[in-house]
Design a protein around this ligand. Sequence first.
Ligand code: GRF
Length: 202
Amino acid sequence: MLAVAVFVSGRGSNLRVILDSPALKNLIQVKAVVGDKLYCPAFDIAKNFSIPVYNVGKKEGFISFDDLEIILKDFKVDLIVLAGFLKLIPANFVRAFHNKMINIHPALLPSYGGPGMYGSNIHRAVFESSAQVSGASVHFVDETYDTGRIIAQKCVDISGVQSPEEIAERVLSIEHQLLPYVIEKIALGKVFVENNRIRVET
Ligand code: GRF
């Protein structure tokens, strides 16, 4: 079983998909959910599955990333999944989980990524560019926003959309397919880093 921690900041639909995935049921165990807020709806999902929740950051009562590293290592976490987590991960923590931390981004990287490119900002930028396709990307996490090596991407046609919200909806349904797919491949040992490129065995 792959021991997994999921980091969240919001509604937690990707967390729910991971927890509900029949393909992942016998492959992974979500040991911890981590948020950068005192409360977000994703915490309720964790609690329904009896998964411990940790609050990380500098606010009072929150734990530091250094303490979180110790906790996750105690849990022998093999993979961290950033599923809508908004805070930049400190460099030390990134190094501690090198090639063991992935992020789902709701656009086709390397476009529409970087600081400020989150949530509705992304879909508005895609809409205003008149791009005809968008999609989701899953990548390893490095020290800067959205620049780590891309593991997998999936496109969606947005040629007929009327609003950024419509793009968000189409992309979210793609995210819900792509993220469990990548986690499954990692759990099965089918994701390789070779010459700075990522290869996923089919
Ligand atoms: C998703 O679009 C994810 O790609 C982005 O934030 C959103 C989180 O959605 N980084 P949810 O909390 O999983 O519903």
